[in-house]
Design a protein around this ligand. Structure first.
Ligand SMILES: Nc1ncnc2c1ncn2[C@@H]1O[C@H](COP(=O)(O)OP(=O)(O)OP(=O)(O)O)[C@@H](O)[C@H]1O
Ligand SMILES: [Mg+2]
Length: 280
């Protein structure tokens, strides 16, 4: 197909050769299949900021590092320069998270480049080499649901050990590749240690996995991996080999999770609101 203008500059720079087809146009980005030599890659073009009020909300961007204090002041004031800085920070957040998570062994698309507001990354594919489906477009047996739920929890642990909370993890942002689930869509990724909303986001992410796979394997609905995970993380006891039980006992003394537990309800409400928004 003829390259859209935003991808022409990548062709001019020699970063890609041709544009094969548009994969989809989401709320926040347009995604294309592109070719570079023998390789087929995925190009994600970020849309302008207007429609992103939800994920660019202060919850997500709290404590995000920016280059300097002039930028931070401008972003706080909402000047034009500030909005541009916020835009750049938002777009580069995804590529930063992808590099960090890929290095930590998390199953995310391998990042290749970030140029002119376009993220170039590995195309996640199914057994036929076509773009992989999202989890929400696939049905599972109870065994498959339990297996994927278990392996995705391990990915969440790996992310947390790398200091990252996805913040928008759900069946819409996980692709089913030929060799298992791959996590995508990370511009809102959160610093686990530095953002006060991190526990709420983590609980919501883990609850989304539970609720989705619980449709196929109902016994998952009673599990409490989220609070268990956060408690271990906060106590410095979480590593990538930690065996989780899915049970959670509120601990007396040093670790206070009562605030977190209160947030679970708030997170549920927020999730319902999010789904309503997504359908709108
Ligand atoms: N690396 C990839 N490999 C294959 N398909 C991808 C890849 N990245 C994105 N996609 C496809 O493009 C869609 C949109 O990507 P993504 O979720 O990153 O953008 P978005 O604008 O946030 O979309 P949405 O608003 O729908 O969440 C995904 O649901 C998926 O179908
Ligand atoms: Mg998405």
């Amino acid at each position: 197909m003829k390259a859209p203008p935003r991808l022409q500059s990548l062709i001019d720079e020699g970063l890609i050769d041709t544009v094969v087809r548009q994969l989809m146009s989401g709320k926040e980005a347009m995604v294309y299949v592109v070719r570079r030599g023998e390789e087929t890659l995925c190009a994600k073009i970020y849309k302008e900021a207007t429609q992103r009020s939800f994920r660019q909300a202060v919850d997500y961007t709290e404590n995000r590092k920016v280059k300097n204090s002039r930028q931070a002041r401008a972003m706080a004031k909402g000047t034009k320069f500030g909005r541009q800085a916020a835009e750049a920070a938002w777009q580069s957040a995804e590529v930063d998270a992808l590099y960090r998570l890929a290095a930590a062994g998390v199953r995310v698309p391998k990042p290749h480049n970030f140029w002119d507001g376009v993220l170039l990354m590995e195309l996640v594919t199914d057994a036929l080499g076509d773009a992989a489906p999202r989890l929400n477009d696939v049905g599972f047996t109870p065994e498959e649901a339990r297996a994927h739920h278990g392996s995705l929890l391990k990915e969440v642990v790996r992310m947390l050990c790398a200091g990252v909370v996805h913040g928008d993890l759900s069946e819409f942002n996980i692709l089913l590749a030929a060799d298992g689930p791959v996590i995508i869509d990370l511009p809102q990724a959160i610093d686990a240690a530095g953002n006060n909303h991190a526990p709420r986001m983590l609980l919501r992410d883990v609850a989304n996995l539970r609720d989705f796979f619980g449709q196929f394997a109902p016994e998952l609905l009673a599990t409490q991996y989220g609070p268990e995970l956060w408690q271990l993380y906060q106590a410095g006891l979480l590593d990538t080999d930690t065996v989780l039980t899915g049970r959670f006992q509120r601990q007396q003394g040093s670790v206070d999770l009562s605030g977190v537990m209160r947030e679970i309800d708030a997170a549920r409400d927020e999730e319902v609101a999010r789904r309503v928004r997504m359908q709108a």
